[in-house]
Design a protein around this ligand. Structure first.
Ligand SMILES: Nc1ncnc2c1ncn2[C@@H]1O[C@H](COP(=O)(O)OP(=O)(O)OP(=O)(O)O)[C@@H](O)[C@H]1O
Ligand SMILES: [Mg+2]
Length: 258
């Protein structure tokens, strides 16, 4: 599954809201440099799981371990140290519309570093170049396409050189070409920087293009029913729901052709 050491280990995790348990008994490992996909139908708890992994929501039970630190049992300062290594793009994660792309990307640098204006400006240009937006520093979000906005969001999430990038529904609302470009970019960043990605997506093209590891959250049984390389799951999984989830694209692609 994962070719390298564990970066995140989730064990016996239950999650929910109040008394309502959304998912139980989650066990999986995200390796360093993995592109790990959180899969499952709408409303099964993908975003909730991401919130638990990034420290926004406590699990009902179980553990999330980063390296050798038990994240939710660590003291708040230690948890904060770990959170500083995260880059995050939320599902609704929009850019600030009243700020230019440069100002958006500069924000985390101004908040979390003591770098001066000139140094920040340099890093901002570098990050925008990294996502193919060199020269767009002075543009406002309303002046660029949806795909470019996602890439600018990625530049902002990468501003502090994160070890792990969490990305909720990167290709939502994008046309297939822009979605494909974003997938290529994620792969490039993984290769060149060794960043680990945890990506929530139900887009099959993305799952197979970028994912080397995954978990499938089954909404009916309220637990995970598969994990590992999505391509392997497609070839080997005997679970009809997992197979269905991983093959539905072929049918809709076929329908589109017809
Ligand atoms: N703050 C909250 N309080 C109570 N219930 C919530 C809260 N946030 C989400 N839920 C419920 O938890 C369930 C899972 O939500 P979540 O957003 O994690 O699912 P998801 O898999 O990300 O869905 P989608 O595919 O639509 O993004 C939903 O039924 C939702 O109504
Ligand atoms: Mg969601």
């Amino acid at each position: 599954m994962t070719g390298s050491e564990a970066q995140i280990t989730v064990s016996d995790l239950d999650m929910g809201y109040g008394d309502f348990i959304l998912m139980r008994d989650l066990n999986f490992t995200v390796g360093k440099g993995d592109i790990f996909i959180i899969m499952g139908g709408s409303g099964c708890g993908k975003s909730t799981l991401m919130k638990i992994l990034i420290g926004l929501k406590e699990p009902s039970r179980g553990q999330v371990v980063y390296g050798d630190v038990n994240f939710w049992e660590a003291d708040p300062q230690e948890r904060e140290q770990i959170m500083k290594r995260f880059g995050i793009l939320y599902q609704s994660g929009a850019l600030w519309s009243s700020m230019t792309l440069a100002e958006n990307v500069a924000l985390p640098l101004e908040q979390y570093t003591s770098l001066n204006r000139r140094q920040i400006g340099k890093i901002v240009s570098l990050k925008l170049a990294l996502v193919g937006l060199a020269g767009f520093e002075k543009f406002y979000p309303s002046e660029i396409s949806g795909g470019m906005k996602k890439r600018a969001g990625l530049a902002r999430a990468m501003a502090l050189d994160p070890e792990i990038l969490f990305f909720d529904e990167p290709s939502a609302g994008l046309d297939p070409v822009s979605a494909r470009l974003l997938d290529d970019l994620i792969l490039e960043l993984k290769e060149s920087l060794g960043t680990t990605f945890v990506v929530v997506t139900h887009e099959l093209a993305s799952i197979f293009a970028i994912g080397n590891n995954s978990v499938y959250l089954d909404v009916d049984t309220r637990t995970m029913t598969a994990s590992g390389d999505p391509r392997k799951l497609l070839a080997e999984s005997s679970d009809p729901k997992v197979r269905n989830f991983l093959t539905r694209g072929e049918e809709s692609a076929h329908a589109q052709v017809l």
